[in-house]
Design a protein around this ligand. Structure first.
Ligand code: GLU
Length: 509
């Protein structure tokens, strides 16, 4: 394979959608796999759509999820600058070159004139397009003679530069994912390459920069496929070798049809952005994967498999394993349904694989917030007991608060069902047994308690449910004797006392 150089080229028009992160990820994996370079270029030529903070957001997102660039706006490089607004002076000359070679032309039609035409044709149930037919009767350097054009230019009449599409030609293109794509130029319009504000459009700047930055493969979202014929024609007009193209299928709504949007996320309660985003105009806050408690590794793993598959049953991949396994050939042609439950599943997989110590370190700040101070050793043991039950670190609290706080009230439904007429007597007697246990390990407590239940011919379920109720406050939590061993004898006896007092009943033996 030729020297691989790929790029991610976002426009800073708002927060980065997870579809964009996936595009960047596939570029990154491809570059790393082939020992190539990965470039971050900011495409900010459309000044009307510029959103402050968006570029910083994009950079922070990649920093969080571990996608690294070799060149670009973060770390510079041999083709700097990498921000198109700073390359403004470059594009005009390329547009002029196309005029000279007969591949582009000046167009002087005002927006009002074009709007009127659009409206007029709409009335006739037609759609106006500035194409090979229409251009002949519009105000441009094809329809006007040289003198007229020179005069207009001299008078500083505002103009745009348009690509001159050949009239009737089949363009045959190759896409690494879709194979052969064919389009006839007569179905295309004469796109604007250079605007009256002195800025290039996306098409011109994108192609010029990909060429100047020696990009070997353009891997981007499917929404750019309709632009491919124009881009291919531009390479031809410049007499440049075109890069290879791969257009990635869309990320689809969980229901399966249509592009995954922010509204789907709001509706179904999952983020569509890597990080939280605050809209600078409306102040509206959109949640992000980071803030929802996803591990960056899980987020990346999940995204990698939305559209690509390794060809076997494996689902869990580190970044290095993804680099090793990735290939463009295994990217599917059809869109991938986003599955919010599967996203959580990935996080769960990463969470349970973390050591109890690592998890405890992540959980301790949550405990501090709740005002709980406990020895780290105890937290390590506790997270080990409950981690299988959660998808996120913050969910550990709900599964473990009773290790840290003694119940002050009892789940009413559970108490009604499990605190029986003889529970008071049984638990009072059991308290004495527990008070005398010397070896307070989970196994030993369990042995002693179960033996006592057997010897007294009591119902195991009845006794242990009542005991759980006084220890936990509800009928939930991990193995009861693990909880008892962890909170210790003194706390256990205190909880039994409180339970007896609040749940009440009398000694009936
Ligand atoms: N600036 C375009 C975008 O925002 C880049 C498309 C491309 O990769 O060619 O997605």
């Amino acid at each position: 394979m030729k020297n691989v150089r790929v790029r991610f080229a976002p426009s800073p028009t708002g927060p980065l959608h997870i579809g964009g992160v996936r595009t960047a990820l596939y570029n990154y994996l491809f570059a790393r796999k082939h020992g190539g370079k990965f470039i971050l270029r900011i495409e900010d030529t459309d000044q009307t759509r510029f959103v402050p903070g968006a570029e910083e957001y994009i950079i922070e997102s990649f920093d969080w999820c571990g996608i690294r660039f070799d060149e670009g706006v973060i770390n510079g490089g041999p083709f700097a600058p990498y921000r198109q607004s700073e390359r403004k002076s470059i594009y005009r000359q390329y547009a002029e070159k196309l005029i000279e070679s007969g591949n582009a032309y000046y167009a002087f039609d005002t927006p009002e004139e074009l709007n009127d035409l659009r409206k007029k044709q709409e009335k006739e149930k037609k759609t106006f397009t500035y194409n090979t037919v229409e251009r002949k009767r519009l105000k441009n350097s094809i329809s006007l003679n040289k003198k007229e054009v020179d005069e207009l230019l001299e008078k500083n009449t505002p103009f745009v530069i348009r690509f001159k599409m050949p009239e009737n030609e089949m363009i045959i293109m190759k896409d690494l994912i879709r194979g052969k794509v064919e389009v006839n130029t007569k179905t295309l319009d004469d796109k604007i390459l250079f605007k009256s504000d002195g800025m290039p459009t996306y098409h011109l700047a994108n192609v010029v920069d990909d060429h100047l930055m020696e990009i070997s493969h353009v891997i981007r979202g499917e929404e750019w496929l309709p632009s491919l014929p124009l881009h291919v024609m531009l390479y031809r007009a410049f007499n440049w070798e075109a890069p290879e193209f791969a257009h990635l299928p869309l990320l689809l709504k969980p229901e399966g049809s249509g592009k995954l949007s922010k509204r789907d996320g709001d509706r179904l309660g999952f983020p569509v952005f890597p990080l939280q985003w605050k809209d600078p105009v409306t102040g509206e806050i959109s949640t992000g994967y980071r803030e929802e408690g996803y591990f960056p590794e899980a987020f990346i793993n999940m995204l990698a498999l939305l559209g690509w598959n390794p060809g076997d049953e494996r689902e869990l991949f580190t970044m290095d394993e993804l680099i090793e396994a990735f290939s463009i050939e295994r990217v599917g042609k059809s869109g991938s349904k986003f599955d919010p439950e599967k996203a959580k599943w990935f996080n769960h997989q990463y969470l349970i694989r973390k050591s109890d110590k690592e998890l405890a370190e992540l959980f301790i700040p949550v405990l501090k917030e709740k005002g709980v101070e406990v020895k780290p050793d105890a937290v390590v043991k506790i997270v080990g007991l409950v981690k299988e039950r959660v998808n996120f670190v913050h969910e550990l609290w709900d599964q473990s608060y009773f290790f840290f706080i003694s119940p002050a009230e009892y789940d009413a439904k559970a108490a009604k069902k499990r605190w029986r007429p003889n529970s008071y007597e049984q638990i009072s007697r059991l308290k004495e047994i527990i008070a005398n246990i010397e070896n307070f390990s989970s196994e030993n407590i369990e042995d002693v308690v179960k033996k006592w239940i057997d010897e007294n011919e009591l119902g195991t379920g009845a006794v242990l449910n009542a005991l759980r109720l006084v220890i936990v406050g509800a009928l939930k939590g991990p193995h009861l004797f693990d909880i008892i061993a962890l909170i210790g004898k003194e706390e256990t006896l205190n909880r039994i006392d409180t339970g007896l007092k609040i749940l009440g009943g009398k000694n009936i033996s």
